[in-house]
Design a protein around this ligand. Structure first.
Ligand code: ZN
Length: 318
């Protein structure tokens, strides 16, 4: 979604980038889990049977040193070495076993053995990952949650009821209050969608809905009335909102990134825009509707993609 396209070509991914992606995926789960129930203990979830997963061990030191702030971690002295260690674990473990089916190597996703420093996705793989992102994401999450839940070492922490899925993959809700304080003045204290004044109860909305792309990136946050946010739900915003989002990023993208990075969020406006392009291309192709206002929607049509060809859009020659 962030680097590929729909050409169907092979896609090389650099290992340090893959290592950093793994770090980001595991980051939330480096916090101690607490079910908050009687007779449960709290602790870092076991990701493996036996000893804790090597990825978790590598990352925990830096997690503690930065009090869990991912932006601080990325500029920490030990970050490059940590990411290298994670990438090397990925290379020796999952990459080796992921394509073994029935005891036989079937390199259906990437070339194996890997070229040094890269994962080379086969032709067509990036295309299909982009097309079936929602489905693949759900399968991967359900598999991961089940893997954690079935690990007996985690039983004392989990208790009978648990909110594992939201702990492992949920939005960083706790920090969103701080995000609201940053965004309010940058939006002139107006709701992003209806342009009316907001008050204390404004909510942080994921411009590209969380269900479509569950990653908290700084430039994908906008502030909106609770009512507007709830009415938009899981819909993509209509073209007029997409246009104002792009021009908002043109004007305020630097400030949004600078301030939210300090709160620990990943901030890369180009990446957020590429993800938005992907989401809108999917929306157009599948005939989704775009949300305008309460009770008011429009079909998403090809024309809304033209927004990405304007200055600042990712279809502009750079
Ligand atoms: Zn509103």
């Amino acid at each position: 979604m962030e680097y590929g396209d729909d050409s169907g070509d092979a896609l090389p991914l650099e290992m340090p980038w893959v290592g950093e992606k793994f770090a980001e995926l595991y980051w939330r789960q480096l916090a101690e889990y607490s079910a908050g129930l009687p007779d449960t203990t709290s602790g870092v979830l076991h990701q493996n049977h036996g000893a804790q997963a090597a990825v978790v061990r590598s990352l925990r030191t830096i997690y503690r040193a930065t009090a869990g702030n991912f932006s601080l971690a990325r500029v920490h002295d030990a970050w490059a070495d940590t990411v290298r260690a994670v990438a090397s674990t990925v290379r020796t473990m999952p990459l080796r076993y992921l394509q073994v089916l029935g005891g036989k190597l079937e390199p259906f996703l990437y070339r194996y053995p890997c070229r040094p420093g890269f994962i080379d996705l086969n032709p067509g793989v990036a295309f299909n990952f982009r097309r079936y992102q929602g489905l693949i994401q759900q399968l991967a999450r359900a598999g991961w949650v089940e893997h954690i839940r079935s690990n007996k070492q985690n039983t004392p922490m989990l208790g009978q009821l648990d909110d594992l899925e939201s702990f492992m993959f949920g939005s960083a809700r706790a920090a969103l209050g701080d995000v609201a304080s940053v965004l309010a003045p940058l939006q002139d204290h107006l709701c992003f969608y209806c342009r009316e004044r907001i008050d204390q109860r404004a909510e942080v909305d994921h411009f590209v809905p969380w269900v479509r792309y569950p990653r908290d990136t700084a430039h994908n946050f906008v502030l909106a009335h609770r009512g507007c946010n709830n009415a938009k739900r899981d819909m993509l915003a209509g073209q007029r909102h997409l246009e104002s989002w792009m021009s908002h990023l043109q004007k305020k993208g630097g400030e949004i990134g600078g301030q939210l990075r300090q709160l620990g969020f990943v901030a890369d406006s180009k990446c957020s825009i590429r993800v938005a392009l992907w989401a809108y291309e999917q929306g157009v192709e599948t005939g989704s509707i775009g949300w305008i206002a309460q009770g008011h929607t429009e079909p998403l049509v090809d024309e809304c993609l033209s927004v990405f060809r304007r200055p600042g859009g990712c279809l502009q020659p750079s």
